[in-house]
Design a protein around this ligand. Structure first.
Ligand SMILES: Cc1ncc(COP(=O)(O)O)c(C=O)c1O
Length: 400
């Protein structure tokens, strides 16, 4: 009998984690590597949050908790959703999991049946299609082009929906493009969804607080209250609070769905880390004062990277509204040959040659479902970004 499951054969490992691992290996081997692959802020978790965790340990809050979160955290989440998003939820409508990733996974595992489809806008976060496959469903990719600033048009959404569509996954600001939908742009999509009452909405709001130049974040259940009863609003503390390692994510939605997700969690991880939950209470209830200065730093870095990449002939780099990624097109470089003799046939060969010849690690666009592009994470120092962009510039200048 075959050891590995048939389901597993449909799934690939995370390419973003693969790039980070490869860059770390090369660095360990003594190479001068600049990693622009990381999906996490480069600054430390704020002190008040760390202190809350230490206090939780000292107070003996170190045992199992309720499966989908302590009451204090659920209260803090309800308060946050009201304060930031104008959304009313009760604690029974809230689920806390081991990162936003587990929350999304629980929701898909709890709802997908074979043959059912999930509409995913491309460029997408790498895990969505594979999670859908793991849950037994079929991903349906709806492409958002560079010309549309990587934002899905209502027509493209309409065309992707079939009678088998169970979910539409929405992510703004986006990983990998940083694109953020305005209220009007989102309304265009929610109008389409209103015409298809069988489609549920999974809104991944993970980068909500990382929004720049006055961009106003909005989320489907708030923009179109008629969708409230079939929307799962997903968020977490990983990105805005620099808490990626603490592994706390959450969602709010209809009680029936939250209960189903609880069942999955009860048979997999039992509950998210107790200490991290107490830290997350402080993240949500405590001061939010460090978010604005962090965002100022991110804007400066974004502008630096966008400017330097746009100086390259054959590269087009739009200026995104949020997150800490840019997603330049390299359409103008395909078919050229690098100084070391590598033919650039697609974005994967581009990223491999760039790493090999200059030591700069980026993630190729095919991993996110739109080519030829690459993703730069600018969650690193200005110095590293300047050096990396200078190397990318000279690598591209050397293409013939
Ligand atoms: C769009 C998006 N959603 C969800 C997640 C998962 O976040 P977490 O670290 O909380 O699991 C990430 C992390 O990279 C992400 O980029």
């Amino acid at each position: 009998m075959e050891l590995l499951s048939a389901t597993l054969a449909r799934v690939k490992p995370s390419p973003t984690i693969a790039v980070t691992t490869k860059a770390a290996e090369l660095k360990a081997a003594g190479r001068d590597i600049i990693g622009l692959g990381a999906g996490e802020p480069d600054f430390d978790t704020p002190q008040n949050i760390k202190d809350a965790a230490v206090a939780a340990i000292a107070a003996g809050k170190t045992k199992y908790t309720a499966v989908d979160g302590i009451a204090e955290l659920k209260q803090a989440i309800c308060a946050k959703l009201k304060r930031d998003n104008g959304l009313d939820y009760t604690p029974a409508q809230v689920s806390v999991g081991t990162g936003g990733k587990q929350i999304l996974y629980n929701a898909l595992m709890a709802t997908m049946n074979p043959g059912e489809e999930v509409v995913i806008p491309a460029p997408y976060w790498v895990s969505y299609p594979d999670m859908v496959l793991l849950a037994g469903g079929t991903p349906v990719i709806a492409t958002a082009t560079l010309e549309d600033d990587f934002k899905l048009t209502p027509a493209a959404l309409e065309a992707a929906i079939t009678p088998k569509t169970k979910w539409f996954i929405f992510n703004s600001p986006s990983n990998p493009t940083g694109a953020g939908y305005s209220r009007e742009e989102l309304k265009g999509l929610t109008d389409v969804l209103l015409r298809h009452p069988h489609v549920w909405v999974m809104s991944d709001d993970m980068y909500e607080h990382l929004a720049y130049d006055g961009f106003e974040f909005c989320t489907p259940a708030e923009v179109e209250p008629q969708l409230y009863d079939r929307t799962l609003t997903v968020n977490g503390v990983s990105k805005a609070y620099a808490m990626t390692g603490w592994r706390i994510g959450y969602a709010a939605g209809p009680e029936k769905l939250i209960g189903a997700m609880r069942k999955i969690q009860s048979q997999s991880t039992s509950n998210p880390c107790t200490i991290s939950q107490w830290a997350a209470v402080e993240a949500l209830n405590g001061t939010q004062d460090y978010i604005a200065p962090n965002n100022e730093m991110f804007v400066r870095r974004r502008n630096l990277v966008v400017e330097m990449l746009n100086e390259i002939d054959g590269v087009i780099c739009p200026t995104p509204e949020g997150a800490f990624y840019v997603y330049p097109s390299i359409a103008g470089l395909i078919g050229k040959t690098s100084a070391a003799g590598t033919k650039i046939t697609d974005d994967e060969t581009f990223a491999a040659a760039l790493l090999e010849e200059t030591g700069v690690a980026v993630v190729f666009g095919a991993a996110f479902g739109l080519s030829p592009n690459f993703r730069v994470s600018y969650a690193t120092t200005d110095k590293a970004l300047k050096e990396a962009c200078t190397r990318i510039q000279s690598f591209c200048a050397g293409l013939t």
